[in-house]
Design a protein around this ligand. Sequence first.
Ligand code: F6R
Length: 270
Amino acid sequence: MYKIYDTVDEVARYTAQRLLNRIQARPDPVLGLATGSTMEPVYAQLITELRKTPVDLSRLTTFNLDEYIGLDGSHAQSYRYYMCQNLFNKVNIAQDRVHLPDGLVEDVEGACQAYSATIKALGGLDLQLLGIGSNGHIGFNEPHTCFSSRTHVVRLSEQTRIDNGRFFSTRAEVPTHALTLGIQDILEAKEILLVATGRNKARIMAELFHTPVDEALPASALKLHSNVTIVLDREAAAQLPPQVSSGGGLAAAVAGPEISMAEGAVASTK
Ligand code: F6R
């Protein structure tokens, strides 16, 4: 299902509310979290909501999607640091229940297996929050990652290193490798929210809409899942066919976007 909003603020409000709903739906929820620019307003909104209406987060468990290899958790560009700055240090979450891959771990293979296994042992992710790379990556699963992948090491694509270079002073500082939850792990989440905002995401969102399930476009794996919501602002939705509006289905796009989306279209969300 697509949810298309006029502004980034509205996207953040909707997404934060969906996270809150999930958190409150069971006593010990398990969330899959993402980092990146897209999620900053989402976490800011979540914090605002939690300050207005406090919710007990002491039994919430979180697993982040990914982490750069070679960066310590105190490095300003590590994803652990990002999560502490943007969420964990600002809410009453139990620090021993937050999980991120360790970018400095020695037994990489063992750590990867343990990461996926821990999620399974807890009954899986209730909700996985995702952004999308300009090349269609989800987590750091770059194009041509096997859809049956579990947590693994990836070599970051040149496109991703260029895109993420904005956070580092020089290109040489951008890590070449990362650890990421696999596509199979992501697909096992009970519910998935993919969020994209800004005109830089318009091309890939159109490509995702038109592409059938194909390992060349990692996010197309989401068409195999029955409970995915794609949350966009107008800019990110700008190159979607005009009939696509809130309420249309992603899976339907595999069969024939023009017809099914025209049939499924409902009024845009305001
Ligand atoms: C981050 C992650 C990535 C980002 C994607 C978009 O944890 O998994 O897939 O979601 O690279 O990043 P932004 O939001 O910075 O455009």
